[in-house]
Design a protein around this ligand. Structure first.
Ligand code: CMP
Length: 141
């Protein structure tokens, strides 16, 4: 049974003009896009989304960056969506990302790493619900 994951094309990638190329990678990897929107997060939204990292030294840098410009948020569906998307995007630090992954090809640093992916099914559902209402998810495609 297919399940869902949540993705963000981050401000660095949108700003560099990579939105279309990354969207294409998503389709090439056979994800169904249940919903996608271009938006600019407020600082409060970024702080809420990354609340789990609140105590980390990079929290301020991360939330400032994520609210610095447009990003695209996406709800994706595929068999084993969480692990499949994490494989497609590569390691968090682009220096460690495998050849052919999105972060290897489009990310510049650990902080500005082009894309986000949920780490568990439970977090995927929470993260999708943070940005999308149920009626915005187009399930009957
Ligand atoms: P992401 O998958 O969006 O989840 C949390 C983000 O925090 C991560 O991608 C990185 O962009 C960022 N991050 C993780 N570690 C660091 C760090 N040491 N310095 C700056 N940003 C980091």
């Amino acid at each position: 049974m297919p399940n869902r994951t949540f993705a963000i094309i981050k401000p660095d990638a949108v700003n560099s003009g990579y939105t279309g190329k990354i969207y294409d990678r998503i389709l090439q990897a056979d994800f169904k896009i249940l919903s996608a929107k271009l938006m600019r997060m407020t600082l409060a939204q970024a702080e809420g989304f990354y609340l789990v990292h609140k105590e980390r030294p990079f929290y301020g840098e991360l939330t400032t960056f994520m609210s610095s410009g447009a990003c695209m948020v996406l709800a994706l569906e595929k068999e084993n969506a969480v692990s499949a998307w994490r494989e497609t995007i590569g390691a968090t630090n682009p220096e460690d990302a495998a050849e052919g992954t999105i972060r290897k090809d489009f990310a510049t640093s650990l902080g500005e790493n082009a894309v986000h992916g949920s780490d568990t099914d439970e977090n995927a559902e929470k993260e999708i619900a943070f940005f999308f209402t149920e009626s915005e998810l187009i399930c009957n495609q």
